[in-house]
Design a protein around this ligand. Structure first.
Ligand SMILES: Nc1nc2c(c(=O)[nH]1)N[C@H]1C(S)=C(S)[C@@H](COP(=O)(O)OP(=O)(O)OC[C@H]3O[C@@H](n4cnc5c(=O)[nH]c(N)nc54)[C@H](O)[C@@H]3O)O[C@H]1N2
Ligand SMILES: Nc1nc2c(c(=O)[nH]1)N[C@H]1C(S)=C(S)[C@@H](COP(=O)(O)OP(=O)(O)OC[C@H]3O[C@@H](n4cnc5c(=O)[nH]c(N)nc54)[C@H](O)[C@@H]3O)O[C@H]1N2
Ligand code: SF4
Ligand SMILES: [Mo]
Length: 730
């Protein structure tokens, strides 16, 4: 060994350090706890994540995304300095320069065009503290009514339906630990195996206990493999399918009459509506054989206990609220709620999909699920915020509608925290155009997302390793994530950035926090008495109890793992609501030009718009955007497996790799939404919005799929060649 090498080895030994961080995965709503080990050798670090065996939620497991989650946070691609656009490119600038620019932009745009000319766009990935702060930042620092967030695209229809039916919206009415006690489980438009992989053992255990599992999905998935009955439904027809099931439940009398009489409004109307349903018609509409509809109804109806879960497959439709209400109708009609192994669950998606929708980053909302237009609610929050009640702006518009306002130049400046709408919004061609029209776009992100790439100013924010705060998981359990690392040099904590911008606008006295915990303490007071009541939750209690379920009104209250015990709901009269749900067709009709239904969703290795997972080689294995299509359909169209196809809707077109999948319906194709630019499926999706909650119709639009013509093949080859050369240069 040379002297140099010997010296280096010695140095390695001297400087070899090992750290263990107790953290949790930043991705999906399971929020699995983990130990992250860092082995530091001279200037290099090696990381290794292992599950926390004591985690009551994940049962001591992690999926691949969790194992590699640290990769995006410690990635060399991490942004390290504010970047200001100069012409077509970015120039690194100091925080002082960035802040001077921000002050000038915000004050001049608001002076010229009014306070509401600046908007804020938040995220269900943010901690409760940041989501709460962002809502306050918009209303108090910017004094704008325009704030909304990516959760609008996520489970807003389930939230709307739960509020209407139960008078409150908590994703799961029961803890996960009760799943194995359910005699029958319905998973509707939910691909748990890929989207919440560590939740699967609960379903496996249920199955081992004899539970019957019904999966409703147009495709075979990892989840449908578990099913005793897989209803391979036509996208967008779930409400009709449920009507068919309700008919059987009413006619064969699996109805819980005592429960209906005591705890539910609307029972008789639904029962008489059910009698008018024609099962043959339902079968034609949904593409599900009549016998299967009857079997599903009997399995669920006869079971002593049962749980119904919905996810984005049934929720991301322009009639999402009513469809979810029909699934809740099933639950209420049979009285399968409020008991062990009996309940309803909208499986939340983002890490803080639940908490993110409770504390004021929605256009119509104040913290604790309060309503911005309710005078009493405004009064309570004004007191906590120490502002004049009248200074709190009114209700703004929903996420997609904000982009429409930008397109019309009614919103002229936007601040984005924790989202990548250029890839995740429906009809992104409009979103891109709208963002380009802005006088300023500020994006706070730790990585250069497609949206950040369009910004005028990018601020390097924080990741889960640096950011302390609470997240409310899929069960409604509030858990605490401690910060384990200092923000890398040049970056700042998101919540500090918001406080600093508030100070620039002369509002520092309303943002006096020194820690995330102080923000949480204020959130507790703000949520007190609200539906999502966190008043009794403290950091200490969360740590002691491994999470506290809301509502938790006082520090002596033990939290609420199961909702609606004894059939008591949150409407004033204590009753739940059921109503007939006449079937509505998907907004876009298939015709000879656009004959196939496109539905969209996820795969296990990527998270959302892929910003955090595409940069991880281990996760980026399925690197190419693809189109899942039935081989018979593909062959009729002249498409070969692994070849290319052009997919066109009435709004745009993209080119994708073909993936034969005998498990998908022949009239349906599926594309994941994890890629931007040319692979972005949201160039095709349509911006039809649900009338109640403004959820877009991500899960059903009409498309045409064709092979590429000669010219397109040549163009693609040219592009791929350029991309290859780019990689060589890098
Ligand atoms: N790997 C991974 N996990 C994730 C995420 C991710 O991006 N990647 N994102 C997280 C987030 S934010 C969310 S919201 C959740 C989403 O979790 P899910 O909602 O489970 O995921 P999706 O793939 O969007 O949709 C679920 C299923 O709905 C089916 N489907 C499509 N259209 C219809 C329809 O009309 N009716 C019915 N019944 N089914 C239909 C699709 O075929 C798909 O299998 O996942 C979370 N977890
Ligand atoms: N076609 C189609 N479109 C969809 C869906 C679908 O099923 N089909 N699903 C919809 C759903 S359910 C969702 S939830 C949305 C998700 O859509 P988005 O929220 O737009 O997607 P993400 O990839 O999660 O974007 C998060 C961005 O914020 C950054 N980020 C994450 N956490 C933090 C943080 O704590 N601080 C800061 N500063 N930055 C952070 C990430 O680096 C990333 O750039 O997409 C929706 N769009
Ligand atoms: S992505 Fe979800 S299931 Fe996977 S490790 Fe992270 S939190 Fe757990
Ligand atoms: Mo989501």
């Amino acid at each position: 060994m040379s002297d140099f090498l010997k010296g280096y080895r010695q140095l390695e030994q001297q400087q070899h350090k090992e750290y263990r961080y107790e953290t949790q995965c930043p991705f999906c709503s399971m929020q699995c706890k983990m130990n992250l080990y860092e082995e530091k050798i001279v200037h290099r670090s090696r990381y290794n994540a292992t599950p926390d065996k004591g985690d009551p939620v994940s049962g001591g497991k992690l999926c691949a995304k969790g194992i590699y989650a640290h990769s995006h946070a410690v990635n060399p691609a991490r942004l390290r300095t504010p970047l200001l656009r100069v012409g077509q490119s970015f120039t690194p600038v100091s925080w002082e320069t960035a802040y001077a620019w921000i002050r000038e932009k915000i004050t001049s745009i608001q002076a010229q065009h009014g306070k509401d000319a600046v908007g804020v766009y938040g995220s269900g990935a943010l901690t409760n503290e940041k989501a709460y702060l962002l809502g306050k930042f918009a209303r108090v620092a910017l004094e704008t009514k325009h704030i909304d967030y990516n959760g609008r695209f996520c489970m807003s229809s389930a939230a709307g339906a739960s509020n209407q039916a139960f008078g409150v919206d908590r994703g799961l009415t029961n803890p996960l630990s009760e799943i194995p006690q359910a005699g029958c489980i319905i998973l509707a438009g939910a691909n748990v195996a890929e989207c919440q992989p560590t939740m699967m053992p609960y379903f496996r255990k249920a199955k081992a206990n004899g539970s019957k599992i019904i999966v409703i999905d147009p495709r075979e998935t990892g989840t449908s493999k578990l099913a005793d009955l897989h209803l391979k439904i036509k996208p967008g027809t779930d409400a009709a399918l449920v009507n068919g099931m309700i008919k059987v439940i009413v006619e064969e009398d699996y109805v819980n009459h005592t429960f209906l009489q005591r705890s539910v409004e609307g029972g008789p109307e639904l029962q008489s509506f059910a009698r008018s349903i024609d099962l043959c018609e339902v079968s034609v509409l949904t593409g599900v054989p009549k016998e299967q509809i009857i079997e599903a109804a009997r399995l669920y109806g006869k079971a002593q206990t049962g749980m119904v879960f919905t996810a984005r497959g049934v929720e991301q439709h322009a009639s999402g609220v009513m469809t979810v209400r029909n699934f809740i109708n099933l639950v209420l009609l049979t009285g399968k709620i409020g008991k062990s192994g009996c309940g309803y669950g909208a499986i939340t998606g983002q890490g803080n999909g639940q908490g993110g929708r409770e504390h004021g980053q929605k256009a119509d909302q104040l913290p604790g699920y309060r309503l911005i237009e309710n005078p009493e609610h405004r009064k309570h929050i004004a007191e906590v915020w120490e502002v004049d009640e009248h200074s709190i702006p009114g209700k703004g518009v929903s996420a997609y509608e904000m982009f429409e306002m930008m397109e019309r130049k009614e919103i002229r400046g936007l601040i984005v925290l924790g989202s990548n709408p250029v890839v995740s919004s429906p009809n992104v061609n409009l979103v891109e155009s709208a963002l380009r029209k802005l006088d300023f776009l500020i994006v706070i992100d730790s990585l250069m997302s497609e949206t950040a790439a369009l910004a005028d100013l990018v601020l390097p924010g924080s990741t889960y390793l640096e950011d302390e705060g609470t997240m409310t998981n899929v069960e409604g359990r509030v858990i605490l994530r401690r910060a384990v690392k200092e923000p890398p040099k040049g970056t700042r904590l998101d919540w500090k950035i918001l406080c600093e911008i508030s100070a620039l606008l002369g509002k520092e006295r309303y943002f006096p926090y020194n820690s995330a915990e102080q923000i949480f303490e204020e959130l507790r007071r703000a949520s007190k008495g609200g539906l999502a009541n966190y008043a009794g939750i403290t950091y200490k209690r969360i740590e002691q109890k491994k999470g506290v379920f809301w509502p938790c009104p006082t520090v002596s209250h033990s939290g609420t793992p199961r909702m609606f015990i004894d059939g008591k709901f949150y409407h004033k009269d204590g009753k739940a609501r059921i109503i007939p749900v006449p079937y509505q067709y998907p907004r876009e009709t298939m015709d000879e030009n656009f004959p196939l239904t496109l539905t969209t969703g996820r795969i296990i290795f990527h998270y959302q718009t892929g910003v955090q997972t595409r940069i991880t080689p281990e996760l980026n294995k399925v690197a190419e955007p693809f189109l899942e299509i039935h081989p018979d359909t593909a062959k009729k169209l002249g498409l070969s497996d692994k070849g290319k196809a052009k997919v066109q809707s009435r709004r745009g077109e993209i080119i994708l790799n073909v993936k034969y999948s005998p498990g998908i319906r022949e009239d349906t194709v599926f594309v994941p939404f994890h890629w931007g630019e040319e692979g972005c499926v949201n160039r095709l999706t349509l911006p039809e919005l649900d009338p109640y909650c403004r959820m877009p119709e991500f899960k059903a639009c009409a498309v045409r799929v064709t092979p590429l013509d000669k010219e397109e093949i040549e163009k693609l080859a040219e592009r791929e060649d350029v991309n290859d050369r780019k990689e060589v240069l890098i």
